[in-house]
Design a protein around this ligand. Structure first.
Ligand code: ZN
Length: 134
């Protein structure tokens, strides 16, 4: 696996509405998309910074992954996503290297990307996402 760049950084927030103004007014970025990802129980807002995006994540269900994260840790960086050529190949390589996977195979994430997560227990405490744009 050889990531080409950081595709996005996922940040858990209590409210998109309350968080977007910081990124727009203070950092001067433009929110170009807001999207609900139903199976992840989140609403996302996206900003571009060069080749990398900031993905704000608001929970739509306290039992969802972001709801639980906010409950335990509060707002902050939730995950880092690396762009790879092929998520399924990258997941297989990671598993062969002894990494615990959250996703055995790629699934669809926001913006139609194929995504797969590695378990933070195997990645020095950082929830790590791999994505491709096929
Ligand atoms: Zn993500």
């Amino acid at each position: 696996m050889k990531p080409t760049h950081i595709e996005h950084i996922g940040i858990a927030v209590n409210s998109l509405e309350e968080s977007i103004p910081f990124y727009e007014k203070v950092l001067g970025l433009k929110c170009y998309a807001v999207e609900e990802v139903k199976d992840q129980k989140v609403k996302t807002a996206f900003f571009k910074v060069g080749d990398t995006k900031i993905e704000l994540l608001e929970s739509t269900d306290p039992e969802g992954p972001i709801g639980k994260f906010l409950e335990k840790k509060g707002q902050g960086i939730h995950h880092i996503a690396f762009a790879v050529d092929d998520v399924n190949t990258a997941l297989k390589n990671a598993e062969q290297a002894g990494v615990q996977l959250i996703d055995k195979t790629a699934r669809k994430g926001a913006e139609g990307l194929n995504i797969g997560f590695l378990h933070p227990k195997s990645t020095l405490g950082v929830l790590t996402e791999l994505c491709d744009n096929k």
